[in-house]
Design a protein around this ligand. Structure first.
Ligand code: ADP
Length: 700
């Protein structure tokens, strides 16, 4: 989950930086486009201005040339001063740019003159004579050129405090190839501009005459305010004078959207930005959906990983397309080894692979499977088999197409184990019931047998008394007594009486044991316990060809026990040991010359067991050299009714353990060396127990 989160954060930041880069690039591109469009616009304005300036210069030049023709007409037709004056006055009315017209003779004296009716006299303040030298210079040039000549412009202060930049033009009057006089024309520069060009001039454009250093001489029109001024300059080359015509424009200064192109580019830019914005919004939505999807996926994954049911998906060809963690764990195979794996699956037990294959083919061919599932056996990687319950359902994709099969697999081995356990406990219950019945039978038998045993005992005692009376009383005079016979008989009778009594005790003890009455505990020397059972053990040993060895550690203390029951335990263990040594080939005497049979030895050993300050223990062991106990038998050894013998009851060891445990001891077994089994049990030493009991009773 954490890794997913970190990966997501990384991907988000990369995506965002890409977006930022894209927006920056688009903005830069648009800026560049607008700037280029602006520049293009500027250059267009500039070239238009240049063109306009050229036009203006042409207009001025042609206007001036036209004027010269008019003047020539004036000179040709008029000879008298008065008629000249009338024509001049008319001319001056038509041409506002002309300030003064003079008719001068060859020595440049003024014969007649006329001034513009639109202004007060230009030379009112300084007088015309002040400019005589300049006029002379111009006319000299005109004479030399045999045509019109212009003076340099000069400033004439006016009576109203302002001034006017004016220019003289001298045109020689030629009569029959000889210069007879001059027409001198004074032009106002500003009026030249306004009259000859001004009408075509657009608003916001300023047209001026300037000197070479940029000093403005006359201006027509007022350029509007703006950041950038476009300037175009053209030379007006006149005979005798060259002037600079300068056109200034602020009209073409690019506003925010100087022209359609820029507006178009800007509109496109805005459109692009809008698309970018929409894209970003879409992206944000997608991111959110992606995030939600990621969350849902992580949740689903966590859920799949947490379930204990194995999940497996297969396509229609039977290839595994998905497995969850529980399934991998169940079969002990990694997901990568399972995915895309077809038949036979790695978790099929090899011996069943063929059957499974056929079953799968039939199953995959059919379209509807039973929902309740079926049982099968799978194999783990280590080869162990385990039962599973498989439920399969068809996998339908988003467009409703059947794409494969989904299986849920349950490991039912635990369920089977529990079932097994409950069956075993059922068996145990039955065994216990049978045991209870046996107990009932035993107590019934003990009750029933008590009478005849008491009778046997008393008959034996009576017979013994009779026999003793016979030997001790008055002897018949004639017959000679036979003492050896009678002594043997007496011994036999005594034995019969003893064993009958013993049988009675056994029956009583068993009866008490079954009835769970308090058993009689007494301090007994361990050796005495052995001595008591020795006659019976020896009898059976002799029959089975077993040698009995007794090892008693004299340091052993007396033990506190129900003597009869413990004797029975010892007897039972000894009998089991002797029977265990009856392997195959036994029973028949070894043939002469054959390999000697290994000696059968049963050892009865008594020694002190591990003790501590509070308790001391005595250990009894019965050691045989039989075939030993197999693992299988060992597990069920103490189970009631478990026996491997045909005539066995399977109750001996179970009873023995109960008896020993009732004494507070422990009955166990272990293999003997080199072969055979050691059955051993412990009993508490009488002294230690008495001390412990005393200590207990002294406690307040
Ligand atoms: P039973 O003697 O009636 O069969 P037990 O409870 O005494 O019943 O013994 C149960 C089983 O334990 C025997 O059938 C035998 O297989 C096994 N067994 C007991 N003692 C020994 C032994 N010393 N060596 C080998 N097997 C033994």
């Amino acid at each position: 989950m954490k890794r997913w989160f970190t990966r997501n954060v990384g991907r988000d930041s990369r995506r965002w930086s890409l977006w930022v880069l894209l927006v920056a690039l688009v903005v830069a591109l648009l800026g560049l486009l607008i700037w280029l469009a602006g520049r293009y616009e500027s250059s267009m304005v500039q070239s238009r201005l240049e063109h306009d300036a050229g036009e203006a210069v042409t207009d001025i030049r042609s206007g001036l040339t036209r004027n010269i023709q008019t003047f020539q007409a004036l000179q040709a037709s008029e000879r008298t001063a008065s008629s000249w004056h009338i024509s001049a006055a008319e001319l001056l009315r038509e041409h506002r740019e002309i300030m003064r017209l003079e008719w001068r003779n060859e020595p440049l004296d003024v014969l007649a003159f006329a001034e513009t009716p639109y202004r007060t006299s230009v030379f009112e303040r300084l007088g015309r004579l002040s400019m005589q030298a300049d006029v002379g210079l111009t006319c000299t040039t005109a004479r030399r050129l045999s045509g019109s000549a212009y003076s340099t412009s000069y400033f004439m202060p006016q009576a109203n405090g302002l001034g006017l930049e004016v220019l003289d033009m001298c045109l020689p009057i030629v009569v029959a190839g000889r210069i007879t006089g001059f027409t001198v024309v004074t032009y106002s520069l500003q009026d030249i501009l306004s009259e000859l060009v001004g009408k075509q001039l657009s608003r916001g454009v300023g047209l001026s005459f300037t000197e070479a250093d940029g000093t403005r001489l006359a201006l027509h029109g007022i350029p509007s305010k703006g950041n950038r001024i476009y300037i175009a300059q053209q030379l007006l080359d006149l005979p005798g004078n060259t002037m600079v015509v300068r056109m200034e424009s602020r009209l073409g200064t690019p506003a925010l959207f100087p022209n359609v192109l820029t507006a178009l580019v800007t509109a496109m830019a805005l459109g692009l930005m809008a698309v970018l914005f929409l894209l970003a919004r879409d992206m944000r939505r997608r991111l959110k959906v992606e995030h939600d999807l990621g969350e849902a996926l992580a949740f689903r994954k966590a859920m799949e990983d947490s379930v204990l049911t194995g999940l497996r998906a297969r396509d229609l060809q039977g290839r595994i397309t998905y497995v969850n963690a529980a399934f991998c764990k169940m079969v002990g195979v990694e997901a990568k080894d399972l995915l895309n794996h077809s038949f036979p699956s790695p978790y099929w037990p090899p011996e069943l692979a063929n059957v499974y294959q056929q079953r799968q083919e039939i199953r995959l061919a059919g379209s509807n499977l039973p929902r309740e599932g079926h049982e099968s056996v799978f194999m783990r990687r280590d080869g162990t088999r385990f039962p599973v319950l498989i439920m399969e359902a068809p996998l339908i994709n988003a467009v409703g197409k059947h794409t494969g099969w989904m299986s849920a697999i349950l490991d039912v081995s635990e369920q089977r184990r529990v079932e097994e356990l409950s069956r075993a406990s059922q068996d145990r219950l039955q065994a216990t019931a049978r045991l209870a019945m046996v107990g009932e039978m035993a107590s019934l038998l003990s009750h029933e047998l008590n009478q005849p045993l008491a009778a046997i005992s008393s008959y034996a005692t009576g017979s013994l008394n009779l026999l003793q009376g016979e030997t001790a009383g008055e002897k018949p005079a004639a017959a000679a007594p036979a003492p050896p016979l009678s002594e043997d008989l007496q011994l036999a009778m005594r034995r019969i009486a003893e064993q009958a009594e013993r049988a009675g005790k056994v029956i009583k003890s068993v009866h008490d044991f079954v009835r769970r009455r308090d058993q009689v505990r007494e301090a007994v020397q361990p050796r005495d316990l052995l001595d008591a059972i020795m006659p019976l053990v020896s009898l059976q040993a002799r029959k089975l060809g077993v040698r009995v060895v007794i090892e008693v550690d004299e340091a052993c203390e007396p033990v506190l026990c129900d003597r009869t029951m413990v004797e029975q335990v010892l007897l039972n263990l000894s009998r089991n040991g002797m029977q265990a040594m009856q392997g195959a080939g036994d029973g028949a005497q070894p043939a002469r010359g054959a390999a000697p049979q290994p000696e059968k030895v049963l050892t009865l050993r008594i020694r002190p067991a591990a003790s501590n300050a509070h308790s001391r223990w005595v250990e009894f062991a019965v050691i045989d050299c039989g075939e030993g106990i197999t693992e299988d038998v060992a597990q069920r050894l103490f189970t009631p009714f478990f026996t491997t013998k045909e005539e066995g009851m399977g109750l001996g060891l179970s009873l023995c353990r109960t008896v020993i445990e009732q004494h507070g001891g422990f009955l166990g077994f272990e293999p003997a060396v080199p072969k055979g089994t050691i059955f051993s049990f412990t009993l508490p030493a009488a002294l230690a127990l008495a001390l412990a009991q005393d200590a207990g009773s002294e406690r307040p």
